[in-house]
Design a protein around this ligand. Structure first.
Ligand code: HEM
Length: 252
């Protein structure tokens, strides 16, 4: 990430030094390479559909290659353009590519919230509920201790375990739970003095975290399916504008 920022920053600061030209030499080659790499990264969505491909190379590697080339390809194109906006067709092609790559980064973020890491299996709601129950059963001592805590936790449970009722309501619940957890943490910090109560406070934190993850999961799942719906047309737009750009620069 740091290396990428440095590369982009130095490219940007030297953009008027005329080291690169999109029409000739290295600049032209970077355009061909960047564009080709963005075609190669399509092997990931293709491998999801053609099972034979995942027999040679596991899908997680295709996905890793996809994400890597999804960054390297657009960076090469940025150097090909020398960080300048040219004609209308090249500007539209460039912004379409940046939109797709940016959308990919957002997709990656959402993806990690509904999978076990980047290369793990998909998380299920049943798994999260099981984890919540596990953390709940570790709380029996606290329930015997403080009435206000019980009320607080019941309220959080109610919010977290509600069935999904739309994106907006779900996001509201997630924010509400995050604020409640923070307040609860402060309250617990004031209450906990000895080692035993500190252990209990840690159990409460684990439980509220499990509740928040369950509540957020539904929103992330929905967000991810919305993201898929948006990502595909953006990608098609990028292909069309890139083809127009390539034809335009070679014809005129
Ligand atoms: C110009 C660059 C990129 C292009 C052309 C591209 C294209 C695609 C396409 C066509 C899909 C399949 C969509 C579908 O199945 O509905 C996809 C999925 C995805 N891409 Fe990219 N992408 C690019 C960059 C990136 C980057 C930079 C990242 C993250 C670092 C990324 C992360 C993802 C993720 C997380 C998925 C969904 C995976 C899944 O559902 O299995 N992409 N991309």
């Amino acid at each position: 990430m740091i290396a990428l920022t440095i590369v982009l920053f130095s490219g940007w600061t030297h953009r008027d030094d005329n080291y690169l030209s999109a029409e000739t030499g290295t600049g032209y080659i970077l355009g061909i390479l960047g564009g080709s790499l963005m075609l190669v990264l399509l092997l990931y969505p293709i491998s999801k559909r053609i099972k034979l491909m995942t027999r040679w190379i596991p899908i997680r590697y295709w996905f890793g290659i996809h994400m890597m080339l999804g960054v390297v390809g657009p960076v090469m194109i940025l150097f090909h353009s020398n960080f300048h906006l040219g004609s209308t067709n090249s500007t539209i092609a460039l912004f379409s590519m940046l939109l797709v790559a940016g959308s990919g980064l957002i997709g990656r973020y959402i993806y990690t919230h509904i999978h076990h890491g980047l290369y793990g299996t998909r998380i299920t709601l049943a798994e999260l509920k099981q984890e919540t129950e596990k953390q709940y059963s570790a709380l029996s001592d606290i329930r015997a201790m403080d009435e206000s805590l019980i009320k607080w936790l019941n309220h959080m449970e109610e919010k977290a375990l509600q069935p999904y009722s739309g994106m907006f309501t779900s996001l509201q619940q997630v924010i509400h739970l995050a604020i409640s957890s923070q307040r609860l943490k402060k309250k617990l910090n004031l209450m906990t003095q000895d080692r035993e109560s500190k252990t209990l406070a840690a159990s409460i934190s684990r439980y509220t975290l499990a509740l928040r993850r369950t509540a957020a999961f539904k929103s992330y799942e929905r967000l991810f399916s919305l993201w898929h719906i948006l990502h595909l047309p953006l990608f098609i737009m990028m292909i069309i504008t890139a083809v127009i750009h390539i034809f335009a620069v070679h014809i005129y």
